[in-house]
Design a protein around this ligand. Sequence first.
Ligand SMILES: *Cc1c(COP(=O)(O)O)cnc(C)c1O
Length: 401
Amino acid sequence: MTSDDTGSGSGSELLERYGSALVQVFGTPQLVLASGHGAWVTDVDGKRYLDLLSGIAVNALGHGHPALVQAVTKQAESAIHVSNFFTSEPAILLAERILEVAQAPAGSGVFFANSGTEATEAAIKLSRRTGRRRIIALEGSFHGRSTGALALTHKAAYREPFEPLIPEVVFVAPDEPAALRDAVDDTTAALILEPIQGEAGVRELADDYLRLARELTSQHGALLVVDEIQTGIGRTGDWFAHQRSGIVPDAMTLAKGLGGGVPIGALVTFGPAVTGLLTAGQHGTTFGGNPLACAAGLAVLDTIEREGLLAHVREVGALLDDLAIDGVAATRGRGLLRAIELDGIPSAAVMVAARQAGFIVNAVTPTAIRLAPPLVISADELRGFLDALPGILATAREASS
Ligand SMILES: *Cc1c(COP(=O)(O)O)cnc(C)c1O
């Protein structure tokens, strides 16, 4: 690796330059990553890590998967962007494939955006076309950071510096049927929920609760919006996490894993009545649905199917079901979206110790780490982490005592 005035430097030198050149909303990043292959990433100093986070549930196929690289390369050679005055085959094919795996009824539709936040924005605008304004979200929710999506995000520290946000958002305690019954009424435009709350620490909603949410929203003419931005695209071992409960939502938001790392988001609307709520001119985006991102999305969906990754996710994910390891209090989640609740060890210390040992994990709450590895991670790779975990926890306990 060469080094010159503007070119690549060491990790610590680059991080210093990061501090002088970028807005500091992320604090100081942990590493400067240079490349990846499969479930592994390498930093600019040449150190390798097993990537158990995959860009926060984004790199579904891991790094450098040939199917994704070839799809993006080939598409870039044909057309990267055409604008929404025109369309392209990848956009149509991807919309059709999403509707198929979502088991969406005839008359359903897809609106392509570029991020999860934008998918949430589209869902908010969709909900306002009901003529109602009140949106119910759950405590612990995360739906994005724009002023609209932020209004549906529960964490006060994210919201308060930017208030006032859009009004008439109500938060209810998750997984509490009585609270939901009280909240949903004939003034409700939409109820939005994540089938597994990712940012809250991988907290699953019960299937019965999802069914109740469906029942109450149907009864009161409100939209049920499922945020599958983190849980969708095979992450839990189903195409979408809500499918296990048997419910059909009115709308679903997607992003993260959909493009395998290429930015793309989507709002899926179920059935003609909901799909017809947004009409020509009522919403838009310059980049959304561009052929490059859609070709990436197609490659991701095709590869999940061709390589049997849904079954693979269930199989290797089961290695994380119960961890009888000193320092682990509990585990949560399913498939390859998991949290390890720690027994008296700060998660930040575990994250650091894991990194030193060559594993990337995320301190999702002060007491839990999150694992969201690429869907292609092998059982042996995951076992490598589990074998190292007792040592990592011991080091972290030592460092924090
Ligand atoms: C990441 C995430 C979002 C926001 O997506 P961005 O692409 O960061 O805008 C929204 N909802 C959930 C559940 C997420 O995990």
